[in-house]
Design a protein around this ligand. Structure first.
Ligand code: FES
Length: 297
C-alpha cells in the first residue's frame, strides 16, 4: 500500500542536519579558538608552577586572551541570528509535515552547535581560570605580626646607623639623632628620632611619665601620614617636621600632630639611661609605626 500523500514521488530520505558550509567553518573556528585559549591557560599555569618565565608567560597570556576574544567575536558575528526579526502570522494548517520536520532538524542543529561552543568555551574559561589562581602564590608569605611590631625590645641599646651605641651625654641639648635598635642598624620600621630637651619641659601622656628620662625623648621616625622619614627638628618650638607634606608634631605633647595632613601621633619609644650612661629601650613603640589610615586605634 502506498502513501497517498507521496504517491508518484520518489521516497524521501532523512538526512542529519548539516549547517551551511560557512556556518560550519565559523563554528569549527570558534571551537578551535576556545580550545586554544584553554590550552594556553593550562600552559601558563604549568610554566608558572615550574618557576615561571616572564616572556613565555606573557606570550601564553596573549595567545589565551586573543583566542578567547576571536572565538567570542566569531560566535557573535557569524553564528548568532542577525536581525531584523519578523515573525509572520500564520495558521498551523499552513505547515506541511516536511516543513515541520525540517524546522525540528534545524533547531536540533542549533542546539548541537550551541552545546559544542559552550563546552569549548567552558574549557577555555577553566584553563584561564586555573592560570589566574597561580599568581596568588606571588603574594608571598603572610605578614603576620610584622605590621604591628618592630625589632625594639626591652634592653636593646639605641645605636646610630653605623651600629654605635648612643651615650646620653653625647647628645647635644636641642639636638636630634636618628637611632636604631641594637643589632638592627638601618631597620626601616625600627628607625627613630632621639631629641634632647631641657629636663622638666616635657608634658608626658598619662602612663608615660617615666618614658623620657632627663629630657631624652624618642619617637618613631616614620611619618603617620604616608611613611616619609620625619627628619627635621626645630628646637626653639620643640616641633618635628616631615618634609614630604609638612606635617608637624609637638614633641612635648606626645608628638601630637599640630599641622599638616598627618592625623595620628608619632609612636613613642619608652627608654631609660643605663648605669654606664647609654640609652636603652624599655620595650617596643607605643603603637604600630607608619601610615595610620589603615588602622583604627
Ligand atoms: S608623609 Fe609626612 S606629611 Fe605626608
Amino acid at each position: 500500500m502506498t502513501d497517498p500523500e507521496h504517491e508518484g514521488n520518489p521516497p524521501q530520505i532523512e538526512r542529519p542536519y548539516r549547517p551551511p558550509s560557512g556556518e560550519a567553518f565559523a563554528e569549527r573556528t570558534a571551537a578551535l579558538s576556545f580550545l586554544l585559549a584553554g590550552a594556553a591557560g593550562l600552559g601558563l599555569g604549568a610554566v608558572y608552577w615550574r618557576g615561571g618565565q616572564p616572556q613565555l608567560e606573557g606570550l601564553l597570556l596573549a595567545v589565551g586572551f586573543a583566542s578567547l576574544a576571536y572565538g567570542l567575536v566569531t560566535w557573535g558575528n557569524r553564528l548568532m541570528p542577525t536581525g531584523p526579526f519578523v515573525e509572520e502570522r500564520h495558521s498551523f494548517g499552513d505547515f506541511t509535515q516536511e516543513q515541520l520536520f525540517e524546522e525540528d532538524l534545524e533547531r536540533a542543529g542549533a542546539i548541537t552547535r550551541r552545546r559544542l561552543l559552550l563546552r569549548t568555551l567552558m574549557l577555555a574559561a577553566g584553563g584561564l581560570g586555573v592560570a589566574a589562581i597561580f599568581p596568588i602564590r606571588s603574594l608571598g608569605p603572610k605578614p603576620g605580626r610584622s605590621l604591628i611590631v618592630t625589632p625594639w625590645r626591652r634592653g636593646l641599646r639605641l645605636v646610630t646607623d653605623d651600629g654605635r651605641p648612643v651615650r646620653a651625654a653625647d647628645v647635644p641639648l636641642g639636638g636630634l639623632v636618628t637611632v636604631f635598635p641594637e643589632g638592627y642598624p638601618g631597620s626601616a620600621d625600627g628607625q627613630a628620632v632621639l631629641v634632647r630637651t631641657q629636663p622638666g619641659v616635657n608634658i608626658p601622656l598619662p602612663g608615660r611619665e617615666d618614658w623620657a628620662p632627663d629630657g631624652y625623648i624618642v619617637y618613631s621616625k616614620v611619618c603617620t601620614h604616608a611613611g616619609c622619614p620625619v627628619g627635621l627638628y626645630e628646637a626653639a618650638s620643640h616641633q618635628l617636621l616631615c618634609p614630604c607634606h609638612q606635617s608637624t608634631f609637638d614633641v612635648l605633647h606626645g608628638a601630637n600632630p599640630v599641622f599638616g595632613p598627618a592625623a595620628a601621633r608619632l609612636p613613642q619609644l619608652p627608654i631609660e639611661i643605663s648605669a654606664d650612661g647609654f640609652l636603652v629601650a624599655r620595650g617596643d613603640f607605643s603603637a604600630p609605626v607608619g601610615p595610620a589610615f589603615w588602622r583604627r586605634s
